[in-house]
Design a binder for this molecule. Sequence first.
Ligand SMILES: Nc1ncnc2c1ncn2[C@@H]1O[C@H](COP(=O)(O)OP(=O)(O)O)[C@@H](O)[C@H]1O
Ligand SMILES: [Mg+2]
Length: 241
Amino acid sequence: MLEIKEINKSYGTKHVLKGITCKLENGIYGLLGPNGAGKSTLMNIITTNLKSDSGEILWKGKNILENREAYLKILGYMPQQQGLYNGFTGYMFLNYIAVLKDIAKREIKSEIERVVTSVNLKACIHSKIGTYSGGMKQRLLIASAIIGNPELIIFDEPTAGLDPKERVRVKNMLKKLAQDKIIIVATHIVPDIEHIAKEILVLKEGVLLAEKSAEKLIEDYAIGGNLEDVYMAIFASGEDL
Ligand SMILES: Nc1ncnc2c1ncn2[C@@H]1O[C@H](COP(=O)(O)OP(=O)(O)O)[C@@H](O)[C@H]1O
Ligand SMILES: [Mg+2]
C-alpha cells in the first residue's frame, strides 16, 4: 500500500501541491487534471526525484526516503519527458535500464524478452531506436517502466504524442498489467483512464478534489453523463482538453 500524507510543495512563492493525502492499493489509479495541476510534481515526489516541503509518503508503512534503495527496486517509472538515444537499439536501452535497476545479470535477457513481448516490440528490439515510430518509442518506455516486475508503476502522460489507435493499444496494455500492483496513470486526457481506472484522483490547482470511481464522479458531477462531462464540470475552461 502507498500512503500519501499531507504533501505540500512550492516552487518559490507558488504553492503547487496543497496537502495531498490519499491511500492507494492494488489496481489502476488515474491522476486526472489539466496541464499545470501538479501531476508531474506529485509523481516526481512519489518517485523520490523531488523532495516535498512537508508531509510524507509511506510504502507498506515505511517512509520511502528512509528505505530509498529498496523502494526504488519495486518502483517502475515512465517520466513525462525522457530522451532516448537514437543510436541505441531497443535492446541496448532496456539492458541499460536493467543494469540500473540491479537486475541479476543472468536474468536480464529473459526479463527483456518478457517485457518486449508484453509491449509487442519483439520484432524490432534489435533495430535502432532512431528507426522507431512515436508509438514504438512510447511502448519501449513502457517496457522500461515494467522491467523487473515492479509492484508500483507510475506512468506520466503515457499516450503523449500518440495517435488514437496507439492510445487504445497503450491503454489495453496498462489494463493487462494491473494485476497485484499499484499503477498510477497521470494524464489530462480523459479517455486514457476511462474504463480502466478503479479510482480517479482529481487534481485541481494542487488540491486533491476527489478520489473516487468514475461512476461515483459521474453521480457527483455529471448525472447521466460520462467522465468527459465530469472533467468539463470540474475544469470549466476546458482549454487543456
Ligand atoms: N521546476 C519548476 N520550477 C518552477 N515551477 C514549476 C517547476 N515545475 C513545475 N512548475 C510549476 O508547477 C505547476 C505544476 O506543474 P506540473 O507538476 O508539471 O503539472 P502537470 O504535470 O499537472 O502539468 C505549474 O504551474 C508549473 O509551471
Ligand atoms: Mg505533467
